[in-house]
Ligand binder design. Structure first.
Ligand code: SIN
Length: 487
């Protein structure tokens, strides 16, 4: 039986495991607990053309338009045509998507979609509902939680395993495999303000980069327009589905900020995030006015609980204080339509992968769908691989502590927000790289760093790759160079 190691326990990793568990020995390795992933936090839902009045072609057209036609078109076609059948399978298996009173599936609307096509489960707790449901289908899978991947093991056949250590202070150990799947999510914690789970720190991208695996589109980071913002800090996502239900972005004078922009509050995310950032730079405060949203607390129980936890008086004034923040990485480990990376036997699925499906700006609620599609494709490709004799890999030498310098995480996040954020200039990108490169995050032995230092080193490496590509990538979608607009 083939052995498969999956790094990451979100929707993509778990769905790949579901599809492989009958024929392979599968182990899921995750840095946190089973519930720690961006998938678990997803509020918006999962987009698919399951409504009879909708079509894969319309979904494809919306995805390409939001992605500013920078997408890999065959990947988009695969997403919109394969995704609905995978969802139907999950529904048949008992996945409880929200339904209307007559029992029909209920379809919501989000930014840049031309049709109501977003499925939700448990209101705005869709990610937790679908990820837990998929985890409940795992019957023959080993979990290694609180275990971090340090490096990839390679031989002539390709990727043959992973060096891992148990947290907080285990010794490095080699785990060999016939194939490895990266499913580690993106890098939201590079930034001061993010919607991401605390475990999402660019680890898969850094692992791949250190192993010489090709990356793609690293300049494209998506900033979500609405995070709950209180006293200069952010406390999670305020789902776009609330704007889909009629909420409006306003300032402290109740001026509707998006009124003069095509598609208004439901314009693509990059457009809305930039508008809000410009408004904020003029000294305004930003709010989401929910007075037009019917049955808010019933439809958005997760957001309601978060607002109540932070004592936001939205029931009185109908205003939620918001600001943009890092949400999703469109770039990442280059993967083809079968999720195969440039290293044989290494696959990348979900947010860590860049198969080109999202282009320069991901369409809302396409990421959970891509998790399913890319994971199904990786599983299919792995089923077709020949089984190999176990790789002979010497046990790793005991690491010597690293004496190199790294920045404080907060300093890195602060600079990344200011210089690699919603709007960028070439001068800022150069400044950022000059500052960053005084530190020792390249050519390191990951095992020589403490877990906290490795997190910083991984984020440094990711930010270097973002800045490098941002200097040469023309302004497009979520990568916005200010000079290009004024030239
Ligand atoms: C949201 O709920 O606004 C986010 C959905 C997504 O990122 O796809």
């Amino acid at each position: 039986m083939k052995t498969v190691l999956i790094i990451g326990g979100g929707l993509a990793g778990c769905y790949a495991a579901v599809r492989l568990q009958a024929t392979c020995n599968v182990t899921i390795i995750t840095k946190g607990a089973r519930a720690d992933s961006n998938s678990m936090l997803a509020q918006g839902g999962i987009a698919a053309s399951l409504d009879p009045g909708d079509s894969p072609q319309a979904h494809e057209a919306d995805t390409l338009k939001a992605g500013v036609y920078h997408n890999n078109e065959p990947a988009v076609a695969q997403l919109v045509t394969t995704g609905p059948a995978l969802l139907e399978e999950l529904i048949q298996a008992g996945m409880p998507f929200d339904r209307q009173a007559d029992g029909q599936l209920s379809f919501g609307l989000e930014g840049a979609h031309s049709h109501h096509r977003i499925l939700h489960a448990n209101g705005d707790r869709t990610g937790a509902a679908i990820t837990s449901f998929v985890q409940s289908l795992l019957h023959h899978v080993t979990w290694e939680t609180h275990t971090e991947a340090l490096s990839l093991v390679q031989d002539a056949a390709g990727c043959r395993g992973v060096v891992v250590r148990h947290l907080p202070d285990g010794q490095p150990q080699v785990k060999t495999a016939d194939a490895v799947i990266l499913a580690t999510g993106g890098l939201g914690n590079l930034y001061d303000f993010t919607t991401n789970d605390h475990t999402v720190t660019g680890d898969g991208i850094a692992l791949a980069a250190r192993a010489g695996v090709a990356l793609h589109d690293m300049a494209f980071v998506q900033f979500h327009p609405t995070l709950l913002a209180l006293n200069g800090r952010c406390y999670g996502l305020i789902t776009e589905a609330i704007r889909g239900a009629g909420a409006v972005l306003v300032d402290e004078n109740h001026t509707p900020i998006m009124a003069k922009v095509p598609q208004k509050d439901l314009a693509p995310r990059d457009v809305v995030a930039r508008h809000l950032t410009a408004w904020q730079a003029k000294g305004h405060k930003l709010f989401l006015d929910i007075s037009a949203v019917a049955d808010f607390t019933e439809h958005f129980p997760g957001v309601t609980a978060n607002l109540d936890r932070h004592h936001v008086p939205f029931r009185q004034d109908h205003l939620i204080p918001i600001q943009p923040g890092a949400h999703f990485m469109m770039g990442g480990v280059k993967a083809d339509l079968q999720a195969q990376t440039s290293l044989p036997r290494l696959f990348a699925v979900g947010e860590v992968a860049c198969n080109g499906v999202h282009g320069a700006n991901r369409l809302a609620s396409n990421s959970l769908l891509d998790c399913l599609v890319s994971a199904a494709k990786a599983a299919q490709a792995i089923q077709a691989l020949p089984e190999l004799a176990p790789a002979h890999v010497p046990a790793p030498a005991a690491p010597t502590p690293n004496a190199g310098r790294l920045p404080a995480l907060e300093a890195l996040q602060h600079r990344a927000w200011a210089e690699l954020g919603v709007e960028r200039t070439k001068a800022q990108l150069h400044d950022f790289l000059q500052w960053l490169r005084q530190f020792d995050y390249r050519d390191i032995d990951p095992a020589s760093l403490t877990p906290a230092a490795l997190t910083v080193a991984n984020l440094c490496l990711c930010s270097d790759l973002i800045a490098e590509q941002a200097l040469v990538q023309p302004s497009l979608g979520a990568h916005y160079l200010k000079e290009a607009q004024t030239a």
